[in-house]
Design a protein around this ligand. Structure first.
Ligand code: AMP
Length: 593
């Protein structure tokens, strides 16, 4: 029964584009339920089968869903495909093709229990059986939303932030308190229960649940950077993978920008981190590491005052070919995307974790302290001897430990310099580039750590004219040696909550990447236009280009000259892609010299 009301509420939410109306509908609905049902509904409304912090996944792919819907509908596949092309999502197909039921029997709790069973079942056959049972009991409208939750996207224009707003409204709580509790707990259901009891302040950080990452805004020059704050803490911008490390009771886990666990990809890091105190959360970049500075050309570097271990630490000199260095992303890329990382791979492409922030120490959250103070805590923590001999004075050159089988990688404090003038920044930029890094991160020492926000407290200064992070909206088959594979990508940037195309690129990816992408795109077609396939807007690319022009060719009103794909950005979600405002800014800069 309660599942039917959930589905009807979703229909009502989808029927309005006004955010205020959406939150009002959700707030009324949540208030009308018992606390445990409301908690479950809040999780489902944020488009998930389980609370965010849980590592449980259903492991039900598109094809298993498709097969089950087809079977239950008793219709030929062709009819289903036509319906999919009309709607572009399997949930709506289910609603259209599944048989009517005389009455609704499902409750939110029973759907939740089925999800738990599906998640713990092993293999597609067992999962398929449970899924069939669940969908068999559902009315077409209930099935629509069950399928949407399983696919991880309700598509009713309701982000988790709107569910947070609705909880604040429903239970008379401060929105900031709701957001904070949800961030700490990673559970919008538990957050709702606390809001309802007026106990949001009691929410405690839950380790092994990634906090959203603080993001940086691009700047074009040293002058622009210092227009936001006068004194800057400056670090190299390393070209690797952002990672948050959680340490508790001798265990360490790593999370990516999309808050997915990536510990298994870097088996040499947990042993190096596990000796840190209980209740530590670090933010940093995992890079391919050259312990002796080899792998990239060494150039003359200007001398710049650097204080890697805080003001009292000995200065690090960066000249000399034996200086350890971070290597470009292309090196790290060679060991990504593998299920198992061999000892050989760890030896051939060593990594290091360059830590630039600390979010939690001894279980205390530090987000509200200024960066200046967080930096001091971090300096002390990484300078202190560890419980395990994880890092020694020059761990860079150390790889395996005496008598220990496991490899262990360096965990290092990313060096910080103080800059007070554009000249300071220019000198640091040249030095960073000479070390082979991408550019600089320029940070306001007075700033708090603001999860998930792209503000002006962290700025990134890069060398390229500009690159854009874009979302692929359509793909085409290639020519020549690319016949039979989807190698031409049309891509878009955000204009408000709409994606508007801005260009099309052909080159830049490896054959293996194109083959993998072809497979993915074929499984995520929204509309088949013959030679061109519109696809689900999920894949983020970083594109470089020589020039930007105003143009009526694409709906964004701009087009790119010689666009090329720099790399796939699986670490970014579609909503992290660039906006039309950034495009305009780049265009204007180009045309005002
Ligand atoms: P982008 O990926 O171009 O949006 O640039 C932001 C990313 O730079 C962050 O998410 C980090 O992964 C990376 N990064 C590299 N070095 C640093 C640093 N010192 N501080 C913060 N972020 C860094």
């Amino acid at each position: 029964m309660t599942m039917l009301r959930f589905a009807q509420t979703c229909e009502a939410i989808a029927a309005t584009t006004k955010k205020l109306e959406k939150t009002a509908i959700v707030a009324d609905y949540l208030r009308s339920l018992s606390p445990s049902e409301a908690a479950e509904a809040a999780i489902f409304l944020s488009g998930r089968p389980f609370a965010a912090y849980r590592e449980t996944t259903l492991q039900v792919g598109g094809s298993l869903l498709w097969k089950t819907i087809a079977e239950l509908s008793g219709k030929p596949e062709q009819g289903l495909t036509a319906s999919y092309r009309r709607h572009g999502d399997s949930g709506s197909v289910a609603a259209e093709v599944l048989p009517e039921k005389p009455q609704s029997l499902l409750s939110l709790v029973s759907v939740q229990q089925s999800f738990e069973q599906i998640a713990s079942a092993r293999g597609p056959a067992a999962k398929g059986h449970l899924l069939r049972e669940l969908l068999h009991q559902a009315t077409p409208l209930e099935a629509k939303y069950i399928v949407k939750i399983i696919s991880g996207d309700l598509r009713i224009g309701l982000k988790e932030s709107l569910v947070e707003e609705a909880i604040a409204k429903a239970f008379d709580a401060q929105l900031d308190d709701v957001k904070r509790a949800n961030m700490l707990l990673g559970d919008i259901g538990e957050t709702l229960v606390l809001a309802l009891a007026g106990r949001l302040a009691e929410a405690k950080i839950r380790l092994f649940n990634a906090i959203d990452f603080m993001l940086a805004s691009p700047v074009e020059s040293a002058q622009e950077a210092l227009s936001y704050f006068e004194n800057a803490a400056v670090e190299d911008k390393y070209d690797g993978i952002r990672a948050q490390a959680h340490i508790s009771k001798g265990e360490a886990h790593l999370y990516s920008r999309t808050r997915d666990e990536i510990t298994e990809s870097f088996p040499e890091l947990p042993p190096a981190l596990a000796g840190l105190p209980d209740g530590t959360i670090l933010d940093g970049e995992i890079v391919a590491w050259s312990p002796h500075g080899a792998g990239i050309p060494t150039r003359e570097e200007p001398t710049v005052e650097r204080n890697p271990g805080g003001p009292d630490a000995a200065p690090v000199t960066n000249s000399g070919s034996a200086t350890p260095r971070a290597l470009p992303f292309s090196t790290l890329q060679q060991r990504l995307g593998r299920k198992k990382v061999s000892e050989k791979m760890m030896r051939e492409i060593p990594v290091a974790y360059l830590v630039f922030d600390i979010l939690c120490a001894d279980g205390d959250l530090l987000l509200d302290l200024p960066l200046r103070e967080r930096a001091q805590i971090l300096d002390k923590l990484l300078a202190a001897p560890r419980a395990q001999p994880a890092i020694q004075a020059h761990a860079q050159s150390q790889f395996a430990f005496q008598g220990e089988e496991r490899s262990c990688a360096p965990v290092l404090r990313a060096p910080v310099s103080a800059a007070h003038s554009p000249d300071d920044i220019e000198a640091l930029f040249t030095a960073a580039r000479a070390r082979g890094n991408e550019g600089l991160m320029i940070k306001d020492p007075e700033s708090r750590y603001t999860p998930g926000r792209r503000g002006k407290s962290w700025l990134k200064l890069k060398r390229e004219l500009a690159t854009l992070d874009v979302v692929v909206t359509a793909v085409e088959y290639g020519h020549g040696k690319r016949i039979g594979v989807l190698s031409d990508y049309t891509f878009a940037v955000w204009n408000g909550d709409r994606l508007e195309n801005i260009g099309k690129a052909y080159s830049g990816l490896t054959d293996a990447e194109i083959a993998e992408m072809t497979e993915w795109f074929l499984e995520h077609v929204v509309r088949d236009e013959g030679l061109r396939l519109q696809v689900e807007p999920k894949i983020v690319l970083e594109v470089a280009f020589n020039n930007m022009m105003e143009s009526t060719r694409h709906e964004s009103g701009y087009s790119l000259r010689f666009p090329r794909i720099v790399r796939l950005r699986p670490d970014k979600l579609p909503e992290d892609a660039d906006t039309i405002e950034t495009v305009r800014k780049i265009y204007e800069r180009q045309h005002t010299g």
